[in-house]
Design a protein around this ligand. Structure first.
Ligand code: LLP
Length: 425
């Protein structure tokens, strides 16, 4: 074991990087690279941590499907008692195919729900629609009436709370497209209560993603609490508070204490909702799956341009776009453990895609990597494959899930035929 062992399931054993005792080099042999590798044990552990924190609070963890939408992972999370937060008809279909019984525990968020998606969710008898505009409320009322259904709704309120995170993934300020301004919410609820097919049942909030301090969550929920009290005074039966997702991890840290960190988050939430008598919904994504995953890649070439050293890998920005899109930091570990004497060199780790933005690390000191070596990009379990594209006509990687030492291929590598199948020419 090295200092890298915590908080991740990827640790050195006999000088080779392994996941639950499975040698990553052997996985590369069997399945090829680039390859997404997830530890089922690590996902279970994170879900268990959160569930334990809320053991005495009526709650449902509605895992945010967008973080990692592999059917096998959804099925596993449903088996652990999770519901799901979805944002499209496609994600609804993922829940149906992986774990149909969990449809009853689905919350449907998103600013642009289409009628076919609303209809599919109504027929699936999902738990809650998180409505993000007054216009959507009207459409939902019409679709529900037509279908002879009643849609339980929460308004997703925009609490105007600042959360320190990357601007692309901050959502809780008035300037953002998300939700309904909290000052207007009471009025909109009053109107909602008069609409056919609509049953106001909750209040929801989501302020952004990769948020590392607990105060913004507490602030936002405090505002939600006041609103719930007002709505109840107006005679509405509000039973659900959906606190959204967004709790972050520490990408760069080798000592991130997930348990202590989530305990602080949970304590803040419990304090704010204490005595409110609601069923708490949370929509964690990243916290559950990010650190359980790695993207395994092989070095194709190395080269030097002037003073700069480049390591060119077979994975690229189309496989993992976080560094390019958010300047995100992902730790990179050679699969062959470097000896402590190995000198580090300052390199850019880049993919083969024809963009300068196609990098995994810039000016990072790493142990020397040579052509043919394997390396793991850590913390790639969330927003990795789910954000992948086919840019440069590259097939998406395969995915394996390691469960107590057992390796299971949960998505085969795409073929070029898969890519060309929809095209007409
Ligand atoms: N609920 C809603 C309504 C959301 O929009 C999101 C994420 C979540 C829950 C889950 O948030 P989490 O617990 O995973 O932070 N691609 C970016 C992250 C985008 C997050 C979008 N919404 C990244 O790679 O950092």
């Amino acid at each position: 074991m090295t200092a890298f062992s915590s908080p991740r399931p990827f640790v050195y054993a006999d000088h080779r990087l392994a996941c639950s005792g499975v040698d990553l080099a052997a996985l590369a042999e069997e399945f090829g690279t680039p390859l997404y590798i997830y530890s089922a044990d690590a996902i279970r552990e994170r879900a268990g941590m959160l569930q334990a924190e809320f053991a005495t609070t009526p709650h449902t963890l509605c895992y945010a499907v967008k973080a990692n939408s592999s059917l096998a992972i959804l099925r596993m999370l449903a088996g652990l008692g999770c519901g799901f937060d979805i944002v499209s008809g496609g994600e609804l279909e993922r829940v149906r195919r992986s774990s149909p019984a969990a449809l009853r525990a689905v919350v449907f968020s998103g600013v642009g729900k289409q009628t076919w998606e609303i209809d599919a969710a109504l027929h699936s008898e999902i738990l809650l629609f998180n409505v993000e505009s007054e216009a959507e409320l009207e459409v939902l009322s019409q679709r529900a009436s037509l279908a002879g259904k009643t849609a339980r709704i929460a308004l997703r309120v925009n609490p105007d709370v600042f959360a320190e995170t990357h601007p692309y993934i901050s959502t809780g300020l008035r300037e953002h497209k998300f939700g309904i301004a909290i000052e207007r919410a009471r009025q909109v609820y009053r109107h909602a209560a008069t609409l056919p097919g609509i049953e106001p049942a909750g209040v929801s909030v989501h302020i952004g993603s990769q948020i590392r301090s607990v105060e913004p969550f507490a602030q936002a929920l405090q505002r939600v609490r006041s609103l719930v009290e007002e709505l109840r005074a107006d005679g509405l039966s509000i039973r659900y508070v959906d606190g959204g997702g967004g709790f972050g991890i520490e990408y760069g840290s080798q000592t991130f204490d997930a348990a202590a960190s989530i305990a602080a988050y949970a304590a803040a939430i419990r304090t704010v909702i204490q005595g409110l008598d609601v069923h708490l919904l949370l929509e964690p994504g990243r916290f559950l799956v990010a650190q359980a995953g790695a993207l395994l890649t092989r070095v194709l070439y190395t080269k030097q341009n002037g003073a700069k050293h480049f390591v060119i890998t077979d994975a690229a920005m189309n496989d993992l776009i976080r560094p390019a899109l958010y300047q995100a930091h992902h730790e990179i570990l050679p699969v062959q453990e470097p000896s402590p004497e190995t000198p580090g060199i300052v390199v850019d780790v880049v993919g083969p895609v024809c963009e300068s933005g196609d990098f995994f690390a810039r000016d990072r000191t790493l142990p020397e990597l040579r052509a043919g070596d394997l390396a793991a990009l850590l913390d790639a379990g969330a927003y990795g494959l789910s954000l992948a594209s086919h840019y440069n006509t590259r097939v998406n990687p395969a995915e394996v899930l390691i469960d107590q030492g057992q390796v299971r291929l949960i998505r085969r590598r795409e073929t070029l035929d898969d890519l060309f199948a929809p095209e007409l020419f």
